[in-house]
Design a protein around this ligand. Sequence first.
Ligand SMILES: *Cc1c(COP(=O)(O)O)cnc(C)c1O
Length: 398
Amino acid sequence: MTTAMDDGIEHFPGFSTRALRVGHDRTAEGEHSEPIFATSSFVFASAAEAAARFSGDAPGNVYTRFTNPTVQAFEQRLNALEGGAGCVATASGMAAILTMALGLLKSGDQILASRSLFGSTSMLFDKYLARFGIQTRYVPLDDLDAWRAAIESDTRLLFLETPSNPLAEMTEIAPLAELAHQHGCLLAVDNCFATPALQRPLEWGADLVIHSATKYLDGQGRCLGGAVIARDPAVIAEVFGVVRTAGPSMSPFNAWVFLKGLETLSLRMRAHSEAAQQLAEWLAAHPTVTKVHYPGLTQHPQHHLIGRQMQRPGGILSFEVGGDRDAAWRVIDHTRMLSITANLGDTKTTITHPATTTHARLTPEERTAAGITDGLIRIAVGLEDIADIQADLARGLK
Ligand SMILES: *Cc1c(COP(=O)(O)O)cnc(C)c1O
């Protein structure tokens, strides 16, 4: 765990500066790039020092399941970018959500969640947390009245993604934070699609931010990782207790890759957004395309949040080619360059058919309710030349 006290952010008001400079405490070797501390444990000067570190009376590293300098550098940097009181890195994005739940919820508590969630997140809630007496109910993401009506006395956590996967639905965070706090609940926002370069949920009142570092924080599709950031030091301490004890810890090598990723996050998110905007406009004008879901288009229902809550519309769009699966598969199968893969947030453009992959575990009725038609295709727009991406899609759209 890392808290805001040790990250020195007061020295660096600029986002890009923080992304480059926070978290590296240069060693006596004078290295310029952050070192990887590939060690599982740390050596003590004496038995007394070992005892003091184990008890927490003395600061310092003990064992990499608890803390590691490279992992802490990543935590400090991401915490500084989100504006949190502390950050805990985890082995994956799903591990971040599980760790948060284990740290903050108990049997009998309820989660109130957006209906538009990453598939594994709803599976974690419905299949696994439910076994331990934590029930989840779902409401439409952008329906504040529905959230208000669904809160009960046992509700402890509100959970959402904005923008959501794969339809890029959005909602205003501030009113939901206010609602959560009126009822003594915490609001957690999965900020995977926006990243802190485009949106900082804590500034709008959220209590927790979740990341799959696997996506844009890495940015080049290399490593799995996740993180929880909180506005309250007591909250992050509970989450840290779970990582330290249960062990869903981030590896130092992965932390190093994510540190390097954060250095270019701001640049990449600008480039992804510009490319996705161009592609969305091109698709919207294409005769074969029946609908485009992208927050940068004026017809998007929450387009007004762009430039306010979210600085740019991001790199992910989805579009429909009529209602049937064959038409969608034809577009996907005619590509030669785009990668047919479920990952997103990579410099290489990826293309996915949500109904038969990421959302295949939902029933057809659940998919219809979530707006995921058989003709829907999701693209995470990478950094190739936009003309090449268009040419690759044009073949199947003919
Ligand atoms: C990928 C993803 C996750 C899970 O992250 P992993 O690193 O794959 O475990 C959670 N939320 C969203 C929105 C995601 O896209």
